[in-house]
Write a protein that binds this ligand. Structure first.
Ligand code: PMP
Length: 427
């Protein structure tokens, strides 16, 4: 396949934009090679500027659960655009989307919209601190909650310790209130509570997608709830990735553990930049202008983004079986990969939650970040490059999650398994 135009575009972009990209994860750094510059999307396909066609398992990192250019979402956006792009004043669409999400998520009684996942989490943490009057927070190694200073803490393997900044530019002082625990390990959480004078909240991806796909155990989550209750700390489910991706009613509906606050993003914007956080009425009442915890955004609740979100979530709500269909397909893909890998004596761990899927090149099961890091990343890089070359677009890191959309047909999945089988044989 020729990627001449992508190559030229990347060279130009590198002169103008740091690393040639506006978000590091799309730079193909961990797998090498040239990021494809995209011309357009069509359903389950992505087409680059050299007119190469790929079956798209990234789907804009999650938002496009109905694939590219879904007609109803596209029409909703076009209609909204005709009324104006932004007002910085309230619109009815904001309440409509709020009402819709509140009707679907048991734990959300009030919600506020923002423009990204980072903002949603940053604001939820501030609210938790304002509500409890405490400073410390607990996060898990391997979980990603956006790039705000206090949450950009190095995913040190295993040890429960005070965090250290993971990026130059983040003063150590800014992360000294961020405590790290190990995913799926309740003892590590208890240790944080013993060490800290006051923990405002524990934030977790209940279905982690940022160390590859690693769901939390049900028992672990219910113990986590109990520990938070014992110490009066809030439990925040960061569902920026898993929300409306794993199932309709949130991780709480499949794990049985109810959080105090939930953060959302991706699908609720139908492809437009949106985030949100919501939870119990009494907690949300602390938010400005009702309460004293300040949080704001000039473009928050943007009418075009609300229209895309409404079209997207309404379509999910009225198609009750959509998550069963997506999960069946994702399972077929992962089972196909697992069988093919076994045939070629390649250790591969696979998992699926709704439309999210993940595979680790590892002989051992993966339940936390330390175990995820044991994966063979060199093998992943070879697999990624060969699949890309064959027309299959997967996330460019071993530690990301894959997504299928309703536009990813059974035939596309069979085609992908056949290609993976061939490539496993050559690894
Ligand atoms: N939380 C989670 C769980 C995420 O997956 C992400 C982004 N992948 C974020 C927060 C940050 O969202 P954004 O990139 O929209 O700021």
């Amino acid at each position: 396949m020729s990627i001449e135009h992508s190559q030229t575009a990347f060279e130009k972009a590198q002169q103008l934009i740091p690393g040639g990209v506006n978000s590091p994860v799309r730079a193909f750094k961990s797998v090498g090679g040239i990021p494809r510059f995209i011309s357009r999307g069509e359903g389950g396909y992505l087409i680059d500027i050299d007119e190469n066609r790929y079956i798209d398992y990234v789907q804009s990192w999650g938002p496009l659960i109905f694939g590219h250019r879904d007609e109803s979402i596209e029409n909703a956006v076009i209609e909204a655009v005709k009324h104006g792009l932004s007002f910085g004043a309230p619109t009815e669409a904001e309440s409509e989307l709020a009402e819709l999400i509140i009707s679907i998520y048991d734990s959300i009684e009030k919600i506020r919209f923002v423009s990204s996942g980072t903002e949603a989490v940053m604001s939820a943490i501030r609210l938790a601190r304002g509500f409890t009057g405490r400073d410390d927070i607990v996060k898990f190694t391997g979980c990603y909650h956006g790039h705000s200073d206090a949450l950009l803490v190095q995913a040190g393997s295993g040890a429960v310790t005070f965090g250290t900044p993971s990026s130059p530019g983040v003063p150590a002082d800014f992360t000294k209130h961020t405590l790290l625990a190990e995913y799926n390990n309740i003892e590590s959480v208890k240790k944080c509570f013993q060490d800290s004078p006051g923990i405002a909240c524990v934030i977790i991806e209940p279905i982690a997608g940022n160390m590859g796909l690693v769901p939390a155990n049900k028992d672990f989550l219910s113990e986590l709830r109990a520990v938070c209750d014992q110490y009066g700390a809030l439990l925040i489910f960061d569902e920026v990735m898993s929300g409306f991706r794993a199932c309709l009613h949130g991780a709480e509906s499949i794990t049985g553990t109810k959080p105090d606050l939930v953060t959302l993003g991706k699908v609720i914007g139908g492809g437009m930049p949106v985030g949100a956080f919501g939870g119990r009425r009494e907690i949300m009442a602390h938010l400005s202008p009702e309460g004293g915890v300040y949080q704001a955004g000039t473009l928050s609740g943007n009418p075009v983004a609300m229209a895309a979100g409404l079209a997207s979530i309404n379509k999910l709500k009225t198609n009750a079986r959509v998550f069963n269909v997506l999960e069946e397909r994702a399972k077929r893909l992962m089972n196909g990969f697992a069988e093919a890998a076994a045939k070629h004596n390649i250790g591969l761990q696979t998992d699926v939650r709704g439309s999210m899927f993940g595979f680790f090149f590892s002989g051992e099961s993966v339940t936390n970040f330390a175990e995820a890091l044991k994966s063979d990343t060199a093998r992943f890089a070879k697999f990624h490059a060969a699949m890309l070359d064959a027309g299959f677009y997967f996330a460019c890191s071993q530690f990301e999650t894959g997504f299928i959309s309703t536009a990813t047909t059974d035939a596309m999945i069979e085609e992908t398994i056949a290609a993976a089988n061939k490539i496993f044989g050559e690894l």
